[in-house]
Design a protein around this ligand. Sequence first.
Ligand code: CMC
Length: 427
Amino acid sequence: MKQYEPPFVTLTLSDGTTIKLATKRDRFDRVFIDTSVLFSQYGVCAYDVGLQSTAICQSAITFINGEKGTLLYRGYPIEQLAEQHDFTDVSYLLLYGERPTGKEKEQFTEKIRHNSAIQSELHLFLNSFQHDAHPMSMLLANVAALSSFYQQDFDINQPEQRKLAAVQLIAKIPTLAAMAYQHSLGRSPTPPQDEMGYAENFLHMLHNVPGKQYTPHPLFVKALDTILTLHADHEQNASTSSVRAVASTGSNPFACVCAGLAALWGPAHGGANEACLKMLQAIGDESHIDTYIKRAKNPDDPFRLMGFGHRVYKYYDPRAKIMQKICHDVLKVLGNQNDPLFKLANSLEKIALEDDYFVERKLYPNVDFYSGIVLKALGIPANMFTVIFAIARTTGWMAHWLEMMDSSYRINRPRQIYLGFPQRDIT
Ligand code: CMC
């Protein structure tokens, strides 16, 4: 049996067997018990549905303190990054560990521009989708199709090729997303523009109509850019851990991102912003809030207050505060400070935060509570909300993929508690 030097914890099984398990501490001194030897050395397993108490990797990218409502990218608080940097800086920071110098930003921006166009074959592929297809399904299929262009010459063992693949994905995702949207409207796609920044370019590709040049208000560009920053990474969330799970088999990064997109689409994760807006529209009026609060509290009703609660945050999600302010600023520019949905969201938040059910369970608004109202104000339809989340999170997925590929990892292969039939014969 392997002997561990302290620090370790001791686990005693009911038959008296004593197991010493090594412990690790993270940067903020939180303790993690290394359970990886439990099965191979003792024949027992840890059981943790939903991986609520299980760290799946070591990472230096993002840190969340859910009790205090802190979010750090590479050590920098999200509030400072959202205020002082744009999404291109943040992408660089997440991918490479430090904020870019002026020269590094210029070169990175140029690489993104250079890789943002889409192969003409993909335009044909997109045309095979019905116009009412959900943009997330088009995006997912297009990213999978994109893998076919890069599979043959791509060598996952070459760090430079891996970095290029990350840039290709970050560069092409907004183009694919805008193409999907334009297709749903029966329009031809608008190609990316070299002179525009990342967020402005996306808004332009989304809303531009031939013969009618679209120029977004600078505050709308800033609002979208901040939304991208806020959604860029969130450590081991469902989609990022899905990307890591697929990456653990050595899959192509485009296929790994498809796993992330699929996980993100669900209403418990990236689909929450679309679901939240629909919920606010369904509530419709402040006089109906009580009915919906009662429904959210009823254990026999599957309804949940969308944009509320979080696996990690047991305090106000710091992104929600920033989002609430963006929402206010965008509506002001539009002369729509009294937007009924914003007023409704503010009232709903106030009522929920004073309600014992939400207080006891530490359920606070999350990033998606206000993001739908902002995106709607920017003229973006609800079925594109998760797509925008996906554009932002592609950076986080790629940062985690690069980190994982640079470290030692093993294929993900969890255990199960089997409760089916014992062995039986076919008679
Ligand atoms: N409305 C009403 N009750 C809730 C809600 C909610 N939004 N969220 C959690 N609860 C209750 C839940 O019913 C449970 O109650 P009880 O202890 O009586 O059984 C308790 O709170 C704990 O909930 P849980 O489901 O065990 O918590 P979880 O960590 O598994 O789920 C969550 C986290 C985000 C999936 C959940 O809070 C939720 O479904 N929220 C609404 C969807 C949403 O806004 N998702 C976006 C998350 S932020 C974007 C992102 O980072 O992906």
